[in-house]
Design a protein around this ligand. Sequence first.
Ligand code: NOJ
Ligand code: NOJ
Length: 627
Amino acid sequence: MWALRQFSMLPESYHDASQFATLPRMLAYASGLTSDLPLNAPPRCTHVRPKPSLKMRLLCLASVIGLVGTSISQPTNASSYFTSESPVAKAGLLANIGPNGAKSSGAKAGIVIASPNTVNPDYLFSWVRDSSLVFKVIADQFSRGEDDSLRGQIDNFFAAESALQQVSNPSGAVNTGGLGEPKFNIDGSAFTGPGVALSEVYGPALRSTALITYANWLLDHGNTTFVTNTMWPVIQLDLDYVATYWNQSTFDLWEETFSSSFFTTAVQHRALREGAALAAQIGHTPSSKRYNAQAGNILCFLQTYWNPAEGYITANTGGGRSGKDSNTILASIHTWDINAGCDAITFQPCSDRHCPISRFTSTPFAPFTPSTRASDVTSAVAVGRYPEDKYYNGNPWYLSTFAVAEQLYDALLTWEFAGAINVTSTSLDFFRQFESSIGTGTYPSDSSQYSKLISAIKPFADGFVEIAAKYTPSAGGLAEQFDKSTGQPLSAADLTWSYASVMTAASAYAGITPASWGAEGLIVPSKCVPPPQVSVTFNVNATTFFGENIFLAGSVDALNDWSPNNAIHMNPAKYPIWSINVTLPAKAGIQYKYLRKYLDDVTWESDPNRVVITPGSGDVTLDDTWR
Ligand code: NOJ
Ligand code: NOJ
């Protein structure tokens, strides 16, 4: 019942998934109702660089949303927007942190609220993801010496998160999965209501990345004891969790798809690499070795998201969606390491794997149709999460729009640092949009082609900021989304993560390079540990007419992503039992249905979708009856 209640109260999509605390919760939900379950889809050499010449800038993207709307504030350019918005964003962000934040009354010290909004949607909770991304910004500002007053906030955050680690919650206790819990009450207690735990395998990764930034600063400033005795045990819990569970299916960062997700894998890889370096530095050699070994396996797995045939990064392995998702853009800005150049295996912001804009021409939201691409692609658009987004009917998000600008700024900085732009066959189309005569090759920074590209891509990047600026209310408050038709702010007001996203974009715009995390010179191990799979036998008792056949389709690649045309033909050898054996990802929640086909007629079973939760190993047999 709770699921139904919550479902009818909330806008579509993201909250659907919030029903699933645990696998049993998922099952309860799945059998309880809906046809559209969201299960488908799953250094410290900080150097402040000189302000980039006006000629700098970047790159490529995904899931871009066109926007028709009215201006709700004065048009502005990127430079003046960052000047006026940065202090507003920082104040807005700090207002959402307990115990003294102006908009976060009731929040414990160091607890970040996602937004003060309590209805439509209720975001007055603390998400580990949002909080960690927010504290990465704070730790970066502090460790660069930009604002010494932030240290107390970081100490509070450390204390609050160490306590949260120990809070038993619907995902488990500290050593039994509880670290995967994405969301807590703002007083630091477990959230046990509906719409809870989703078991995410990257909250701890993002959190350890934020904490390691601070730990590295402390080590640089002689405070080894605090790092070794107090911080390390906390960081280690998170890193051990990542090293143990990285290859489990998990909810994605939007809390919607239960599969593997590019963002998750990319941030796990980063966390283990910098964790390994920290462990080595403070004498924890076995941990260091283990993290590096697992990071190698993760790096292997990361490569599987690249879809060479289609020429883009498939953001989610789960079915039902194109896999084009701004989670790839967010991943690139949160794993940028300028020392790695335009490295493709770690998917750096200027890597050619982020370039194939032309592949996004066929999605309903993308304004880049083949016929308009040549003229339109060089002007920015408002960016949403992914083309199929239904949450509040699918709109641009401030944080996705700023992320594209930031990715481009990161790329511009990297090209400048490397002293060249390398155009490959993969990125050729992207660069041709800015300079139609360009061919593949390396263009050094003193070449005319380099200058032309830079001077076209810089304003392209700024354009994304200017669009978000245009839809920023004059007081500077940032909600989660802005309405795709009216441009009005939508969903949660004062979203802490939106503020953080302006701050990181502004830093990149100003030419500030975050500390390296060790992405340079990595190689993909020659032997990759394959993601675990299990064998599942589907049997369905279905009486058919002559000429009619039974097929199987579902929410993962192996079940052809719900495609009726490519559904798997089942074997009627034991009619009326139709059977098929399929290899599926282990430990995953997978939706499926049977369908019958007669000539061109396709009939799906009735709703809701069926769900199988696969085990970690072994065989599974499902005996179903046609519905
Ligand atoms: C296609 C089918 O129309 C429907 O019956 C099925 O449940 C969905 N895809 C998946 O949610
Ligand atoms: C919904 C977003 O999809 C998710 O990523 C975020 O953590 C929560 N809102 C809270 O901001």
